[in-house]
Design a binder for this molecule. Structure first.
Ligand code: 5GP
Length: 207
């Protein structure tokens, strides 16, 4: 019998903010078994609909710097003047135990994670269907002042320019369709030979 205990994978999802990434990640967590969302640490202010420990761990600059010094991060980067980081503890033991993890991070963090664990990651980039749609979604965020809206639009363009560093590209025209595409990617990637840890024993028995 094949030992079905797979090695988990890290599904890196990047996009400009406003492309629908957060909604897609939340839906994936609801709909897919054995999939966890990595909660990042950030120094930015909490939005009114966010919960500390669920959406992010909201920390001060000093607390963030201390965590960097203690080498708690798998990656960390400055995005829009604030610091963001992925905790090693959100990833390490999970993938060893066969749990898949989604990380919602920018292109800088993606490059860093790729250096540490290249075989454990799958990189997906989500594009908005048009720049008009992106403007609409970013403009609808009540927390954005006019200035930060402009800044976010220019950051969005920069983020988009890194799309070619990713394995899979999804144009988010419909949330459920995008979620279904990512489910397909996850399913196929879990069948990769190196993720099927019991395979060698199984094949040895076969032959
Ligand atoms: P927001 O402040 O809108 O939640 O996120 C802003 C950007 O920061 C998003 O593009 C998001 O992917 C990125 N981000 C969130 N968490 C992390 C993280 O832990 N590391 C990195 N490098 N980027 C992150």
């Amino acid at each position: 019998m094949l030992d079905k205990s797979n090695r988990g994978l890290v599904l890196i999802i990047s996009s400009p903010s406003g492309a629908g990434k957060t909604t897609i990640c939340k839906k994936l967590i609801e709909e897919v078994n054995n999939l966890n969302l990595s909660v990042s640490v950030t120094t930015r202010l909490k939005r009114s609909d966010e919960v500390d420990g669920k959406d992010y761990f909201f920390r001060s600059d000093k607390e963030f710097d201390d965590m960097v010094a203690q080498e708690k991060f798998l990656e960390h980067a400055k995005v829009f003047d604030y610091s963001y980081g992925t905790l090693k503890s959100e990833i390490d033991t999970k993938i060893i135990n066969g749990i898949n993890v989604i990380v919602d991070i920018d292109w800088q963090g993606t490059r860093q994670i790729e250096q540490h664990i290249p075989d454990d990651i799958v990189k997906i980039f989500i594009l908005p269907p048009s720049i008009k749609e992106l403007e609409k979604r970013l403009g609808a965020r009540a927390t954005e002042s006019q200035d930060s809206f402009k800044k976010r639009m220019s950051e969005a363009r920069k983020e988009i320019s890194h799309y070619s560093e990713y394995d899979f590209i999804i144009i988010n025209e419909d949330i459920q369709e995008s979620v279904n595409k990512i489910k397909t990617i996850l399913y196929s990637e879990s069948l990769r030979r190196h993720r099927q840890v019991g395979l060698k024993k199984f094949v040895d028995n076969l032959i």
